[in-house]
Design a protein around this ligand. Structure first.
Ligand code: PLP
Length: 407
């Protein structure tokens, strides 16, 4: 009797069959730009497909893309994953594949700062208009969509850094009613906690720099869509070709691919994603509860808390609430800055999703570029990426930093 392999079995084995030439259990880093041909056009197919040039295809990148497609699922339907040099390179491929001058998109009210910058400072000057709407408010999204002109609605859930939750299925319905696609940035949740394609999304975007790579040692991005020909697969609105094929074509035509070593590190991270996310989530839940109970803290933003406005939706569409926790300081901006400067185990740094715990002040760091825009974040906000250290050390570190900030 055959059974469908579970998440970790797929992450570890799909695309990682032992190397046919040597038996190497882990896919080699094919650090090469080009491939010998046996006569003109005679590509060697020892790995199943032929390779001619590493921008167009590289076996190490293929290994990661196969594994990632196997975990970012769309029910029974096959998916296609494409690996990029960064999350923003992946986002740029979505923008330039799906939009033309005169088109319109809807962005969330609190998008990742770099996403907002891409639309406001790069896409808009090229003629792609956008509006923002809080995507946790389905009616606001419906009001922002322009049927016939809006190419896609962009959603992040949970959001960065406010941990807002969007009902993916509800927003997918609103986008589709208006003839638009739904793009979900699934960086915070990862494919282990949430699979947006199963909830009606058309494109999933990842910064694999974060939890997927998971060790703060590589920058990367990925797109996942239903494979060409799969039930529910969509076409590119401008060419009517399967979206998976158009995105793959753009990946090569624009060239922002991940290199072999980066793809290899990202694949290595992916293999342990499930166990890491379990621990990140368990420790984050403890950190969130500790902060709720702390007198210096006025508000804790964590979807696992029963009082969080997105708690019920998160419980429905996510396996666990994840490893990110944000909180606000009763004594304002100075206390927030001082807390960030006073930790010892939490490192003061941008980024998230690695094995080590990080702390940052979004208003002055990751989200400084959205100051003065509708996406500005409160200045008493602190964001934590809860890592894999012993949770008692994390709680003691926060306790000491909050005491220092209150002194
Ligand atoms: C980091 C991040 C990105 C951008 O990814 P890079 O790999 O830094 O280019 C996009 N979305 C979210 C939610 C992120 O956290």
């Amino acid at each position: 009797m055959s059974r469908t392999p579970g998440f970790s079995t797929r992450a570890i084995h799909v695309g990682s069959e032992p190397d046919p030439a040597t038996g190497s259990v882990i896919p080699p880093i094919y650090q090469t730009s080009t491939y010998a041909q046996d006569g003109v056009g005679g590509l060697r197919t020892g790995l199943g497909v032929g390779y001619e040039y590493s921008r167009s295809g590289n076996p190490t990148r293929t290994a990661f893309e196969s594994a990632f497609a196997a975990v970012e699922t769309a029910g029974e339907e096959p998916t296609r994953a494409l690996s990029f040099a960064s999350g923003l390179a992946a986002e740029d491929a979505v923008v330039r594949t799906l939009t033309r001058p005169g088109d319109h998109v809807v962005l969330p009210g609190d998008a990742y700062g770099g996403t907002y910058r891409l639309f406001a400072r790069v896409a808009e000057p090229w003629g792609v208009a956008f509006d923002t709407a809080p995507s946790s408010d389905v009616d606001a999204v419906r009001a922002a969509v322009q049927p016939g002109r809006t190419r896609f609605v962009w959603v992040e859930t949970p959001t960065n850094p406010l941990l807002g939750i969007t009902d993916i299925a509800a927003v997918a319905a609103v986008a589709h009613e208006a003839g638009a696609l739904l793009v979900v940035d699934n960086t915070f949740a990862t494919p282990y906690l949430q699979n947006p394609l199963e909830l009606g999304a058309d494109v999933v975007v990842h910064s694999t720099t974060k939890y997927v790579g998971g060790h703060s040692d590589v920058v990367g991005g990925a797109l996942v869509v239903r494979a060409a020909g799969a039930a529910g697969a969509v076409t590119d609105p401008h060419t009517s070709e399967p979206l998976a094929d158009r995105l793959a074509w753009h990946q090569n035509a624009m060239g922002a691919v991940s290199g072999p070593f980066d793809a290899w590190l990202t694949l290595r991270g992916l293999k342990t994603l499930a166990v890491r996310m379990e621990r990140h989530s368990a420790s984050a839940a403890q950190v969130a509860q500790f902060l709720v109970d702390h007198p210096a803290v006025s508000d804790v933003l964590y979807p696992g808390l029963p009082g969080h406005p997105g708690h019920d939706v998160a419980a429905r569409q996510m396996r666990l609430p994840g490893g990110m926790v944000s909180f606000r300081l009763r004594r304002g901006r100075d206390a927030a800055l001082k807390t960030c400067a006073s930790t010892g185990v939490f490192t003061l740094a941008e980024s998230l999703g690695g094995i080590e715990s990080l702390i940052e002040h979004p208003g002055a760091m990751t989200h400084a570029s959205v100051a003065g825009s509708p996406l500005e974040v409160p200045d008493d906000l602190v964001r934590l990426s809860v890592g894999l250290e012993d949770v008692d050390d994390l709680l003691a570190d926060l306790d000491a930093a909050l005491a220092a900030a209150s002194a």
